[in-house]
Design a protein. Structure first.
Length: 485
């Protein structure tokens, strides 16, 4: 017992109460449920206290339980709209709760009134009227994919509006919201699509990363660029690079006992002076890493059959040339993870190759080492993510050699390098909703665009919706709110 009369575990849980409250405030629409959420999370944590002993794991677990419980409570109230609801139950037991519910309702109605009439009508029909996808497809004469895109765009726009400060005197007249004082273009302008650091060597610019060098070290700068159909789009996704960097940093730390990695620091204060002068640009989106000799192979691990693997299986019954069991459906879980390497391309598509082809390129011994290492990382990460309601369908790793040792490099287990699916929506036999840039691809598919450079500008609501998806998967996996520096 400590000097406060509490056992260490009790003290640890007590120290996380404020974390639970912050998570509840960021997710719960019915704010009056906050105290109930704290109580529910604490009870669940104590129920399984003997199964988790590491202090940092306990903290991450508490945050994950809080996040998943809050989201589950939101989903219990139909209809749901990006974790906000149209019909808000008015609690009869507290005046504060009733006033808060009325305030939320006014904010939501005001935000809805700023949408186009078509978007408002669509959202009301689907979420408030509980109309099915099929009914709305018939009414609007659109395909299922186009309907999903229109709903997602409208929700992204509404989410952005709800996030803006609202003047108490604002009326609900369409087009005259106080939020209009801050155009969405202003939010988009905060995206960084290219970095300039004259005192550092520019090693190369990739689809997303600008890589600068200093002696035998590199600075991997995740910009807010986004590519689709092998074209880098002119619009940046606000905070995308910071989310990718934060998630990579988390996973490098989580997997460091399995495999060494190249990360030295993601804290700009610990960078050399030559780089610190660019702190405004580099902060939050840069990893300071060891320079290595890259193994020019993408080490892909698949636990589910999807994407290019599903396409090849459907046509030939194989994945990367290896025969697979018959009767698999799209998005089926495989009996065990498989290693499917690909050639590494700085531009254009990577090309899937067989393990035999990889052996011809890098040798049989290194191929087997990378296969075993990649699968072990995937299995550890998948188990962790599953506890937090995320399926890692597949992912890719990169490795490099430094002083005779093979280490993990580049990014790791991010939304750009992995296919993340929400576990509570998983259903084999169809494509799955994913926390990645599929949202952008769906929008682009509605355009008359030849999928060649230059790409089209993205509407602000698509930018906002995509940014929200990147942040959502970070928060669910890491167990704490994403905060852009």
């Amino acid at each position: 017992m400590n000097d406060r009369g509490l056992a260490p575990f009790d003290q640890l849980v007590l120290s996380q109460i404020e974390v639970i409250r912050r998570i509840g405030l960021s997710i719960l629409w019915r704010r009056w449920e906050l105290d109930d959420l704290v109580q529910e999370v604490v009870l669940r944590v104590y129920e399984y206290r003997d199964h988790v002993r590491d202090e940092e794991r306990v903290k991450a677990w508490i945050a994950s339980v809080a996040r998943n419980t809050a989201r589950m409570w939101n989903r219990k109230q139909r209809p749901v709209l990006t974790d906000q609801v149209f019909e808000i139950p008015i609690p009869g037991d507290t005046v504060t709760g009733r006033l808060e519910a009325q305030e939320h309702w006014m904010l939501l109605v005001t935000a809805l009134s700023q949408l186009s009439e078509t978007d408002e009508e669509l959202l009301r029909a689907y979420h408030l009227g509980e109309r099915s996808h099929a009914e709305l497809q018939d009414e609007y004469s659109v395909s299922y994919g186009a309907l999903r895109t229109r709903l997602t765009r409208a929700r992204g726009r509404l989410r952005w509006l709800l996030a803006q400060p609202l003047d108490a005197a604002t009326t609900c007249e369409r087009g005259h919201d106080a939020r209009a004082a801050r155009p969405m273009e202003e939010v988009m302008s905060s995206a960084i699509v290219q970095t300039e650091c004259p005192d550092l060597d520019l090693v190369r610019r990739g689809k997303v990363r600008d890589i600068h060098g200093l002696d035998d070290r590199l600075f991997l700068v995740a910009t807010d660029r986004i590519s689709a159909f092998d074209v880098v789009l002119p619009s940046g996704i606000t905070n995308k690079g910071k989310v990718l960097t934060a998630l990579s940093t988390f996973w490098f730390d989580y997997t460091k006992e399995l495999v060494p990695n190249h990360l030295l620091s993601a804290d700009v204060a610990e960078f050399p002076a030559a780089a610190r002068q660019y702190a405004d640009t580099l902060s939050g989106r840069t990893m300071y890493v060891l320079r290595t000799d890259r193994v020019d192979i993408e080490c892909v691990v698949r636990g589910y059959i999807s994407g290019s693997a599903w396409k090849e299986y459907r046509e030939h019954g194989t994945v990367c040339g290896a025969r697979m069991p018959s009767g698999l459906m799209e998005s089926d879980r495989l009996s065990e993870p498989i290693f499917t390497p690909a050639t590494k391309a700085d531009t254009g598509h990577d090309e899937n190759i067989s393990i035999a082809q990889m052996q011809d390129i890098v040798g049989a011994e290194l191929t087997e080492h990378l296969r075993k290492t990649s699968i072990s990382i995937y299995e550890a990460a998948s188990a962790y993510a599953a506890e937090r309601g995320i399926i890692i369908a597949d992912t890719k790793f990169e490795f490099g050699e430094r002083d005779g040792e093979i280490i993990l490099i580049d990014e790791v287990l991010t939304s750009d390098s992995s296919r993340f699916w929400p576990a509570d929506e998983y259903e084999p036999g169809r494509p799955q909703r994913s926390f990645d840039k599929q949202y952008v691809r769906d929008y682009l598919e509605t355009l008359d665009w030849a999928k060649t450079s230059p790409g089209p500008e993205l509407p602000a609501e698509v930018v906002a919706g995509t940014s929200a998806r990147y942040q959502e998967v970070y928060e669910q996996l890491v167990g704490e709110p994403f905060v852009a520096d």
